[in-house]
Ligand binder design. Structure first.
Ligand code: SAM
Length: 208
């Protein structure tokens, strides 16, 4: 598995861990200017820990859907190029604005990822979409945002089974989500994200 340039395994006090270089944002450990990327707090971090081939090499233009307070997108902006961070809840966006202060390439957008037409005038074509919205209709959100993805680009998606239906077997939920996604994407890889995130599926896909 190739880590993007700008993401490295560094030795922290207790163990080796993924890390990026940038301003610390959530009380994470640091060593020599590197910030620890905690896979328990990040689906993308877990996908890298599970050695999924993300296709990220560093410097990409990224659309990040479900940015919350910026934990994961802060690491993404450390190694990526222009990074558009969509989040529809006003409260976490306040923290996201702080995270963006030290990152010129990070553009917070208080928008609903189900309505991409509301940010289409701001977001340029991107090399990767990273999605972690944990809401019903996660595959539909990925489909509706596919318009931003360049040919050959990557969708890096975490599906949370319980956000779709708490009562169903997660495997059935994942099967349905993959089948919906196939309307617009070719699926390149899937991995369950345990032990970092229960009942989540990591998906790497490319536009058809
Ligand atoms: N990705 C974040 C991280 O690792 O730092 C955590 C994201 S949290 C699991 C899911 C976030 O998606 C929440 O902050 C929620 O408000 C946001 N969200 C859910 N539905 C959304 C939508 N339709 N548009 C934008 N954000 C959405």
């Amino acid at each position: 598995m190739t880590l993007p340039s700008g993401v490295e395994r560094q030795r922290f006090s207790d163990r080796e861990a993924l890390a990026t270089q940038g301003e610390p944002t959530y009380g994470e450990g640091t060593t020599d200017g590197w910030r620890r990327w905690d896979p328990h707090r990040s689906k993308l971090g877990a996908m890298l820990e599970r050695e999924m081939e993300t296709g990220l090499s560093g410097g990409e233009t990224v659309l990040y859907l479900g940015a919350a307070a910026g934990t994961t997108v802060s690491h993404v902006a450390d190694f990526a190029g222009p990074t558009y961070a969509v989040e529809f809840a006003a409260r976490p966006v306040r923290d996201l604005l702080d995270v963006a202060e030290s990152r010129e390439n990070l553009v917070p957008l208080l928008k609903d990822a189900r309505a991409p037409e509301t940010y289409a005038h701001v977001v340029e074509p991107v090399d990767a979409i990273v999605q972690d919205v944990a809401t019903r209709g996660q595959a539909d959100v990925a489909l509706t945002n596919r318009r931003f993805l360049r040919e050959g680009g990557r969708l890096l998606l975490a599906i949370k089974a319980r956000s779709e239906d708490v009562t169903r077997d997660p495997n059935d939920v994942f099967e349905d989500a993959l089948s919906t996604l196939e309307d617009g994407y070719e699926i390149l890889a899937t991995e369950r994200l345990e032990p970092f995130h229960d009942d989540h599926l990591g998906i790497v896909a490319t536009p058809k």
